[in-house]
Design a protein around this ligand. Structure first.
Ligand code: PMP
Length: 332
């Protein structure tokens, strides 16, 4: 017999798949690390286990305790899986721009979800970060893990994602591309790849227009993409790791997300399209000796009523890109 005793044993070791269609004609090979194949459907399963185990080890989380987290969905799912396995309750705060389907998923796993306004500043008492902090104070036996400052967030990628990328490419990876949300992925996996390659691997971040990572001085503006970008630098992000940060518009990211589903059969979220746009831009200027790996954080499951809904896309005026000319789009 071959089976796992726990879903937690299935976290990580996600496969690499070559992008054949969207990267056709580019000089370098582009591989995608498909994180939706984690049991909770995203890269965030990786950090959920380690953050919970750290809270248990330092005695903050005890049997029957409650895990509180401000999360746009994916970290919540990871935490909900770990919480079920270990017998904790989950209480999450989400900004109201998060896709309704993602919130339904969290509730399906048994978590309690509190919705907060997305457009107020982070330090406003109504923001999803402030509400999570208040709930921790008001709930007995509660622990706020806070992926934005938790050292286990980047560390999960330093110990897991980074070594996987190196092993899976036999050390031939030359460029690693990832979207930046908390910054955990790029800071941890990027730091490992730089160390193991003695600085040879280039680390490239992708950031939505309107976020601070690619333009620290620029105006902070709302954008549609979820789980990526920030209005201010979190502690989970190490700004010394990325060699370059590429800004991507909502329009470019959403168009590419739909292409990934239609042309590569990769049903992913909008931040995956964003990272893929950046990866293709990098691959354009490289040679056949180069190997670009782009990390695709989550699945399209949570975005069916948004990115994959023609009316939603049409309402936002996002159908004018000549690259996005699937038959269904032309019929509209
Ligand atoms: N994409 C999605 C959909 C996410 O949920 C996240 C995590 N917030 C990211 C990308 C970015 O990952 P990280 O937080 O490690 O920078």
């Amino acid at each position: 017999m071959h089976y796992q005793n726990s879903l937690l044993e299935l976290i990580g070791n996600t496969p690499l798949v070559r992008l054949k269609r969207v990267a056709a004609g580019l000089p370098a090979t582009v591989l995608a690390k498909v994180e939706y194949l984690n049991p909770g459907g995203s890269v965030k399963d990786r950090i959920a286990v380690r953050m919970v185990e750290a809270a248990e080890a330092d005695g903050r989380l005890r049997p029957g305790g409650t895990i509180i987290e401000p999360t746009s969905g994916n970290t919540g799912v990871g935490l909900a899986i770990v919480a079920q396995e270990k017998g904790y309750r989950c209480l999450f705060t989400c900004p109201d721009k998060v896709a309704a389907d993602k919130i339904r998923v969290l509730r399906a796993y048994g978590a309690t979800v509190v919705i907060c306004p997305a457009t107020v500043p982070v330090d406003d008492p109504r923001s999803y970060r402030s509400v999570a902090a208040r709930l921790e104070r008001e709930t007995q036996g509660a622990v706020l893990l806070d992926q934005y400052s938790h050292p286990e967030n980047p560390r999960s990628h330093y110990l897991g994602t980074g070594p996987e990328l190196w092993r899976q490419t036999d050390g031939r990876i030359t460029h690693f591309v990832a979207g930046i949300g908390t910054g955990g992925t790029i800071s941890g996996a990027g730091a490992y790849l730089k160390k193991v390659s003695h600085g040879r691997v280039r680390i490239i971040g992708a950031d939505p227009e309107g976020s601070i990572y690619s333009d620290p001085e620029g105006p902070v503006r709302p954008y549609l993409l979820e789980g990526v970008g920030q209005p201010q630098l979190p502690r989970s992000y190490d700004p010394t790791v990325p060699d370059e940060i590429i800004r991507v518009s909502d329009h470019e990211a959403i168009t590419m997300t739909r292409r990934l589903a239609r042309e590569e059969a990769l049903l992913t979220g909008g931040s995956c399209g964003m990272a893929a746009v950046a990866a293709l831009r990098v691959a354009e200027r490289l040679t056949p000796d180069d190997l670009v790996v782009v990390l695709l954080p989550d699945s399209g499951r949570g975005y069916l009523a948004k990115i994959f809904d023609d009316q939603w896309v049409a309402r936002l005026g996002l159908f004018d890109d000549p690259a996005d000319t699937g038959p269904r789009l032309r019929e509209l």
